[in-house]
Design a protein around this ligand. Sequence first.
Ligand code: ADE
Length: 418
Amino acid sequence: MQSKVANPGLAAAGRLKIEWAEARMPVLMALRARYGESKPLRGMRIAGCLHVTKETAVLVRTLRAAGAEVSWSGCNPLSTQDEVAAALAAEGTSIYAWHGMSTEEFYWCIDKTLELKPTLTLDDGADLIFRVHNKFPELAQGIVGGTEETTTGVHRLRAMATDGALRYPVYAVNDAETKWDFDNVYGTGQSSLDGILRATSVLVAGKNFVVAGFGHCGRGCAMRARGLGANVIVTEIKATAALKAVLEGYRVLPMDEAAKLGDIFITATGMKDVIVERHFASMRDGAIVCNTGHYDCEINLKDLARLSGERTRELRPNCDEHLLADGRRIYVLAKGRLVNLAAAEGHPSEVMDMSFANQFLALKALAESKGALQAKVYELPAAQDQELAALKLKTMGLGIDVLTPEQVKYLDAYAEGT
Ligand code: ADE
């Protein structure tokens, strides 16, 4: 086992964080208990590239308990929780991750995990799988399959599959209903606001809060900002999404208009150049700008550096002030990277419980697939969503109704009408 972490001495603190998460992830813990003996991942070598958080540690422990050998890196230079990385290293996981790494170090860490010669890959944002395809293509033949956690990653992998460039099957974990309809909405909504509050401690009530993108993540952010009393403005490029935002009661404007009004901006689009020079040029003094999309290209920080002549200072942790020539100040949180993971702790454990239960079951399905899958992007079975949701409800002490046989018959009846 090899690893490189910021400070191995943080392991004890990391273990406490993981213990906290385990107590809030009963579905994943049930899978650990269920498969701890039969070990369906025995013989599998998993390279993972996903935010090193206390919740991820619960997943890693579960994969190892099910028999897998694991090598891990973080999928964002600012999201690693150093205590957690230290705890994982101390218990024998091969892990290469520390907070604040450079881009070169980021890829070095991924490459180190690939020394394991994985049979399975797990991605959040597809950097690992791209690395296999572009730098180590010879590894692909030994890989049974991969999983992808996030919307952006799935989108790109589908493009790869369409072009015939994908070399092995991938499960789109993001597209499971028990992932996107919970993690993306409630997880992103809460953790992004958490990040903004930890970085700024501003009052959200009464502020103009601009949400760029009304997909699931944007919807979650808008919902939670409104809950704190903000006037939410949504910007969109898709007519149906914009219409949904309008009917939810939000104001919808093009970014050119919203830029002049916003006090706080958050990008959640998966697209680059959502906030660019002309937007910064028209923003109010004191505007706060952040991103919760996977990549850090949604806010064009080069444009801002040009406008500010790089007159920048870190005013608070994760909060950089950029001083423009006319004296206006713009605050960028977490250097334009995922504000929820860089400035806070990511999504709460309760919601990652289901996302990572899906990850576990996807990897198990790949391990058991015995070559039956093609090099395509696959969705997880819909029945799995119902099973996981039912298990989650049970752990919450909640029950639901069951159709009677007469009701089932009624559903399918077509002989009679009204
Ligand atoms: N993505 C968003 N929140 C996360 C968390 N808590 N752990 C891992 N990945 C995440």
